[in-house]
Design a protein around this ligand. Structure first.
Ligand SMILES: Cc1ncc(COP(=O)(O)O)c(C=O)c1O
Length: 401
């Protein structure tokens, strides 16, 4: 077997199951999971309807490149959302559908990395991070290099601390904005600094923007990497790719629908890779996705729901936990009293609430510090009453410590 498989770490939820094994939480308290970032708000009904109505494509193979109408809807959405010059994103050469961003983030790494480089190529990632970046790096024959996101810099990854020789070995930089789990949005100036670094050291930037549509201030949507390119007049989006998804935006994690867009040269090579990989999107999914990308009303409603929940939960946690409202996304990333795994275990044992220890989402950074230590991730995805109930139980738990 491929020896690089041995480098894959157990997934955070596997570690969480082990942490909870053998504990008997109080039966009278209903379980509340704040651990998984799986949207629980209702999926838009029109999407389900189209899925069931458009079964005419079942007897044919869909293409990897996807329907022109899907790529056109995506390009138009990205141009509207990120204030790109009209028709600057070519649906023919700069957009590809993907089956959720997870597979595409993994696959792009396999397509980009030149494993013959010496010394070994680096995939640079934020820390804490989405675990796919690390696994994708190992299986592509690269090594991950982690940049810590710490409270001292408002949880922005400390890009300035990365030595030039690391950038020189870097072939692929993952950024995640809004971040999971920190909720931090990278400002335009940072994105433009990273683009300059990519030019100087010849690497690709893969921007995981799957949380971009979950934000609190309607007048300030998070900026994206293509927007940063466009503001520089760089409308070929050279070296840059963005990854978007309907999973969080439209509460459709089961649809498996997203897209990658940007540099036409990279997209062309990625399409070749994907043709062999075999990951064409089913036609009914493509039709449903077109309708989802064309509608913003359900996305605004979704944001309203998160806003209400964050207000209610943060009001209850205020002064009890060291926690701040994130820039965007649906996670809280609080500092907890003592060790984060012990906190998670005891919270489950006493209050039947599951949170994810921060250290399961991070590694020791170059400075030897694990930025997830002493923190937990809470996903406010459940119904508002469940999230409020969870906050009240957490307050009760902390008051007994
Ligand atoms: C940071 C980040 N990227 C990507 C994904 C993958 O999402 P999907 O494959 O549903 O688009 C997730 C899912 O939780 C995530 O948290």
């Amino acid at each position: 077997m491929n020896p690089d498989l041995d480098k894959l770490q157990p997934y955070p939820f596997e570690r969480l199951s082990r942490l909870k094994a053998g504990i008997e939480p109080p039966r009278e308290l209903a379980p509340i999971a704040l651990s998984i970032g799986e949207p629980k708000h209702p999926a838009p009904a029109f999407v389900g309807q189209i899925l069931t109505e458009r079964l005419d494509g079942l007897s044919g193979y869909p293409t990897t490149k996807g329907l022109p109408a899907l790529r056109e809807a995506i390009a138009a959405w990205a141009e509207r959302r990120f204030q790109l010059p009209a028709t600057s994103l070519d649906p023919e050469s700069q957009v590809l559908p993907c089956n959720g961003t997870r597979e595409a983030l993994f696959a792009i790494t396999q397509a980009v990395i030149d494993r013959s480089a010496s010394p070994a190529p680096l995939v640079v990632c934020p820390n804490p991070f989405y675990q796919i970046y690390e696994g994708a790096a190992y299986l592509a024959g690269a090594e991950p290099y982690f940049i810590n996101s710490q409270p001292a810099l408002g949880f922005q990854p400390d890009f300035d601390a990365v030595p030039a020789e690391v950038w020189e070995r870097c072939q692929l930089l993952f950024i995640c904005s809004p971040g999971n789990p920190t909720g931090v949005v990278l400002p335009l100036a940072t994105l433009q600094k990273l683009i300059a670094l990519a030019d100087a050291h010849d690497f690709v930037i893969a921007a995981d923007e799957c949380y971009s549509e979950i934000y609190f201030d309607e007048s300030q949507p998070p900026v994206g990497l293509l927007q940063a390119c466009a503001a520089l007049g760089r409308d070929d989006y050279r070296r840059c790719l963005v990854f978007h998804s309907l999973s969080k935006r439209s509460n459709l994690p089961g649809l498996r629908s997203g897209f990658v867009a940007g540099d036409a040269t990279l997209v062309e090579r990625f399409l070749l890779y994907r043709t062999y990989h075999g990951c064409a999107m089913p036609l009914q999914t493509q039709h449903a996705s077109i309708a989802a990308w064309n509608d913003e009303a359900h996305v605004r409603e979704n944001r309203d729901r998160y806003r209400t929940k964050f207000d209610a939960v943060l009001k209850r946690l205020d002064g009890v936990l060291d926690v701040a409202r994130p820039d965007a996304g649906f996670y809280l990333w609080p500092k907890v009293p003592g060790d984060e795994t012990e906190f998670a275990r005891a919270l489950f044992a006493r209050e039947h609430i599951t949170v994810l220890p921060g250290s399961y989402l991070s590694r020791n950074g170059a400075d030897g510090i694990n930025p997830g230590a002493g923190r937990v991730r809470m996903a406010l995805v459940a119904e508002p009453e469940r999230c409020i109930e969870a906050a009240e139980r957490i307050v009760r738990f902390i008051n007994t410590l």
